[in-house]
Design a protein around this ligand. Structure first.
Ligand code: AIR
Ligand code: ASP
Length: 282
């Protein structure tokens, strides 16, 4: 894997030309940003952990029939992916109220939403990734109705599958952000899952303690982000061995004692009096 022609540098990843036409090398960085790049920092070892987590989750999703851009892992920080034409949308699926949703609607973080709720944002840093409705998506020609049907179909399957997978390791999938791309094989166009799935792009709460095991630790200055990311990787069984980890990114750190212990407990949801979310009638 010698080609190193840079193609693009994003907030959390760099893309290089891949060894074969139509492939790219995704290099995962430790850089962390939030609030549309207004807050910047680093989470030590995040690149390695997210590379491994995303590789694992994309592989599992591929096995259950979701087409993804992932081809194979290259090394601790890099993976080979298909070059796709990214649909410039962030597809957000929410299972529980949290983050910007809780803020916008005055809901309490952690309130179940009954069924998965979709939101779309336009991927445009200049505009701060604004929310966008399906009508706009069609009017602006960002994606056509058939593509949006496919995207929603895959996003739902991904959300269901990952909710179960995380539940099995004691983690609640609160919400997640997905990106899709168009992959061309001759005349044929296919919608495939792209970007990454990691604690940068999902809200993951420990089921027993409600501890946040995701980027909200960084966004909200809660501390313990390295431990939280490692804890997710550990539970998924993809935490790189201590020797690799100590020599590269976690040098000088004591072996983790458990993010759940290090992390501060999440805010408890107050009484549900004023939330807009009404429980569904059975
Ligand atoms: N997300 C949105 N933009 C970038 C990312 N990673 C993810 C968040 C969260 C979900 O989308 O990590 O999992 C919803 O974010 P918010 O801020 O709209 O509540
Ligand atoms: N990744 C986005 C940013 O850099 C949004 C976020 O994750 O909060 O601002």
């Amino acid at each position: 894997m010698t080609s190193k022609t840079p193609i693009y540098e994003g907030k959390a990843k760099k893309l290089f030309e891949g060894p074969e036409p139509g492939t790219l090398i995704a290099h995962y960085k430790d850089d962390a940003t939030a609030f549309n790049n207004k807050k910047r920092g680093q989470i030590q070892g995040k690149g390695i952990i997210n590379n491994k987590i995303s590789e694992y989750l994309m592989t599992r999703l591929g096995e259950m029939g979701v087409p993804t851009h992932f081809i194979r892992g290259i090394n601790m920080r890099q993976q080979l992916v298909r070059a796709v034409d990214i649909v410039p949308l962030e597809i957000i699926v929410r299972n529980y109220a949290a983050g910007s949703f809780a803020e916008r609607f005055g809901a309490f973080e952690g309130e179940p939403l009954g069924s998965p709720l979709f939101e779309y944002c336009l991927k445009d840093d200049r505009l701060g990734d604004p929310f966008i409705a399906e009508d706009h998506i069609f009017a602006f020609g960002i994606a056509d109705p058939e593509e949006m049907d496919e995207i929603r179909h895959y996003a739902l399957r991904i959300n269901d599958f990952l909710s179960g997978l995380f539940y099995g390791i004691g983690i609640r999938l609160i919400d997640l952000k997905l990106e899709f791309g168009r992959y061309y094989e001759g005349e044929y166009e296919q919608i495939v899952l792209a970007d990454e799935i990691s604690p940068d792009t999902c809200r993951l709460w420990d089921i027993a303690t409600n501890d946040k095991l995701d980027k909200d630790r960084f966004r909200r200055d809660l501390g313990g982000e390295e431990d939280a990311y490692r804890e997710v990787a550990r539970r998924l069984g993809v935490l790189p061995s201590a020797s690799v980890v100590e020599s590269d990114v976690f040098a000088g750190k004591s072996p983790r004692a458990g993010a759940a212990k290090a992390a501060k407990p999440a805010r408890k949801a107050p009484a549900k009096k004023t939330s807009p979310i009404k429980p569904k009638k059975k």
